[in-house]
Design a binder for this molecule. Sequence first.
Ligand SMILES: Nc1ncnc2c1ncn2[C@@H]1O[C@H](COP(=O)(O)OP(=O)(O)O)[C@@H](O)[C@H]1O
Ligand SMILES: [Mg+2]
Length: 238
Amino acid sequence: MPDESAIIHIEGVEKRYALGGEADVLALRGVHLKVHPGTYLAIMGPSGSGKSTMLNILGCLDRPSSGSYWLGGENVATMPDDQLSEARGLKIGFIFQSYNLIAQLTVIENIQVPLLYQGRDVRLFHQRCVDLAKLVGLGERLGHRPNQLSGGQQQRVAIARSLVNDPLMILADEPTGNLDSRTGTEVLDLIDRLNAGGKTIVLVTHDERVAARAHRVVHMKDGLIDREVVNRPPPMPS
Ligand SMILES: Nc1ncnc2c1ncn2[C@@H]1O[C@H](COP(=O)(O)OP(=O)(O)O)[C@@H](O)[C@H]1O
Ligand SMILES: [Mg+2]
């Protein structure tokens, strides 16, 4: 049964990668996790422990081989593909290590991309996109292209883009992995501000200083959550 107070509720999630002929890889081996709205959760663990697999499943980019996943109370483990991609587009914002901006598009156009995926009329959302560019400190750079921006600025465009459909949560895989420590700190400060505004954040990191900002840190090992550290109490479920 789904825990209705949780934004993420996974039970017994396994992920098996079939390797044609070879033995399969069991990348997740029965993971349980509940995350309440407004929580900032960090996922840590050694390379190969299943962090990216977990984030891909949480982000509906991939499905569990078995087990349950309720996202905002809705069972997404068994949802048909078209519904799953719609849920993903509306409920989840993504931030990647390598920003994943479109080189030919300007700052404002990159921020608009998830609107297009949802089939929305971007003209109706122009002011929202401008406001998001301002929120991330790029209000004066709307017509710039990615190669005219620093890495930190590009990641801030990606953050604005992740917010454009007003998702329930933001998922980030090593968002500061390509940034120097000063610009990395600026990006993390911005993520802190989003969380302070109530946005749920799930972030994968190798960096203890990044994880220290989260409410909760789950440590993965061999496809399971091995232990959890609570840095500070997450918001109470309402
Ligand atoms: N597409 C895939 N096909 C086969 N095996 C994979 C695939 N993706 C990941 N794996 C394997 O699953 C395990 C977990 O990988 P991953 O989730 O990427 O770990 P992490 O992000 O913690 O480094 C590893 O053994 C990895 O080799
Ligand atoms: Mg990974």
